[in-house]
Design a protein around this ligand. Structure first.
Ligand SMILES: [Zn+2]
Length: 101
């Protein structure tokens, strides 16, 4: 089954969803928002996304779930400096916007 990436308009979180064809739109696992936008390039199955990026995303998400935005920003910055990935950089940028910096 295809995996799609969605971005939540509410909290800016990015998550992956395995979609049933014709199924309902996903809601955000972070904030429960339903204003989610499918990211271009999906399905993501073919993207052999490196595991590091996936772990970073998950970690950031965990921070956000706990409401630790500052920790999430700090972690994402560190991750972005270590992992040369546009994706990670995107996440870090987004967190900066979110935290108002
Ligand atoms: Zn959300």
């Amino acid at each position: 089954m295809p995996i799609y990436e969605y971005e939540c308009a509410g909290c800016g979180g990015i998550f992956e969803v395995i979609l049933d064809v014709g199924g309902p739109s996903p809601s955000c696992p972070n904030c429960g928002g339903e204003a989610c936008r499918k990211l271009i390039g999906a399905p993501a199955v073919h993207v052999k996304r490196d595991h590091a990026t996936g772990r970073i995303e998950k970690r950031v998400r965990d921070y956000l779930v706990d409401g630790k935005v500052k920790d999430a920003v700090r972690f994402a910055d560190k991750a972005a400096s270590m992992v040369k990935s546009d994706r990670v950089k995107q996440i870090a940028d987004k967190l900066h916007q979110k935290s108002g910096k």
